[in-house]
Design a protein around this ligand. Structure first.
Ligand SMILES: [Zn+2]
Length: 387
């Protein structure tokens, strides 16, 4: 076991707001053979645009966030900040191998959702700390049943499946393990969505000097024990992707949202092939927008136009204010503000920009209004019914 291996997501960078970003790169060298990316219509003259201020004012959903701590006195300023951006948060409860932590997050989500139904939706998860016990399946189903009764719109599975959870014979348990099928069938039967963070960014399996984003390079330089490239016992990147794809294949009626660009952040063509092959698959872009910014701008833009019904805006912003290790509320609100402003500029304008994760400047994508409305709002409603 590699206890704690996944706590590496914590506090990236300066703010301890746990922008659970980074993570995941996947290893192994050569990308799959590139396929054609679609060429979407280019937004030209006469196509409606949104200014940054108009986008800020429009109703939006951040489809990947984590509320892991929020003191009572912090609720008003936090929700005022979301209101400033007309933003609703889908808070995702996660980490079944740390059941007490997840129960705490779940309790918080169940408390906040009815109090702030216009600003908080939530995704449940289930216990993995009792994996292998005879009643594991029934207990997990009961947790999901209870979560749905409390308004959960989705169920999260996390990379601990595939990279940490093991059977007694020391083999890693992968996400397409048949023991998960009854849960997936149940989620589908209740009309809910599976939200899946499986694997890691491909950079996690690459040497530091081959990584494509500075946040990944910095993190794994500082945390070699989490750098899968140095740990060949962890199933390879493409095994993680294949297992996730197998779930999509085995459960064609199950809606699946792949977190972090479905862990295929390094190449939009590779991601496009999955979207073509699995109509039940969409992705959020949480903490991976910088991976768009290191790819060819026109290629990324065409990809976003072609797959504009399958892409959900998300950030992986987290609030842990109120917990001893958390950022101050002030730091958290500042990070929220900066993250959203930066993203509005990138998607809505063609201005030259720079961010610390990416070497050198790049230009915003200047996406049409209709595409922005889908990405920032309508797709979340479609892929997470009831959100
Ligand atoms: Zn996350």
């Amino acid at each position: 076991m590699l206890p704690g291996i996944f706590s590496f997501l914590k506090r990236l960078g300066f703010f301890s707001i746990l922008v659970l970003s980074l993570v995941a790169l996947s290893c192994s060298g050569a990308p799959e053979k590139a396929a054609q990316s679609g060429s979407g219509a280019s937004a030209g003259e006469g196509v409606d645009r949104l200014s940054v201020e108009e986008l800020a004012a429009m109703p939006k959903i951040d489809a990947h966030t984590h509320i892991s701590g929020l003191a009572l006195e912090e609720e008003a300023p936090f929700f005022a900040k979301l209101a400033e951006h007309n933003m609703k948060w889908l808070t995702i409860c996660t980490r079944g191998m740390n059941w007490p932590r997840m129960q705490k997050m779940t309790d918080l989500a169940e408390r906040l959702h009815p109090l702030y139904p216009e600003q908080v939706a939530w995704a449940a998860s289930f216990n993995l700390s009792n994996w292998g016990h005879p009643d594991w399946e029934q207990a997990a189903l009961q947790t999901l049943r209870s979560g749905f009764e409390q308004g959960a719109v989705a169920v999260k599975v996390w990379k601990e499946i595939g990279m940490e959870l093991k059977d007694p014979d020391s083999s890693y348990v992968m996400i397409d393990d048949p023991r998960f099928d009854p849960l997936f069938d149940f989620i589908e039967s209740r009309g809910k969505t599976l939200v899946a963070h499986i694997g890691e960014p491909r950079n996690c399996w690459l040497p530091l000097d081959s990584m494509t984003a500075n946040n990944d390079r910095k993190y794994f330089a500082e945390n070699p024990k989490y750098h899968a490239c140095l740990h060949p016992e962890i199933p390879h990147y493409w095994k993680q992707i294949a297992a996730r794809d197998n779930v999509l294949k085995k459960h064609p009626g199950l809606r699946v949202v792949g977190c972090h660009l479905g862990s295929l952040e390094f190449d939009v063509d590779t991601l496009a092939r999955r979207l073509d092959e699995y109509p039940n698959f969409a992705v959020d872009m949480a903490a991976r927008i910088c991976h768009f910014q290191v790819q060819d701008r026109e290629k990324v833009r065409n990809f976003m136009l072609k797959y504009q019904d399958r892409l959900l805006y998300g950030t992986d912003l987290a609030i842990s204010a109120g917990s001893p290790k958390g950022a101050s509320l002030e730091e958290t609100l500042k990070t929220i503000e900066e993250t959203y402003r930066k993203d509005y500029r990138y998607f809505a304008t063609d201005e030259e920009m720079s961010v610390w994760e990416v070497n050198g400047p790049f230009r915003g994508l200047d996406l049409p209004k209709e595409t922005l409305k889908k990405m920032f709002y309508e797709n979340a409603e479609k892929w997470y019914p009831g959100i």
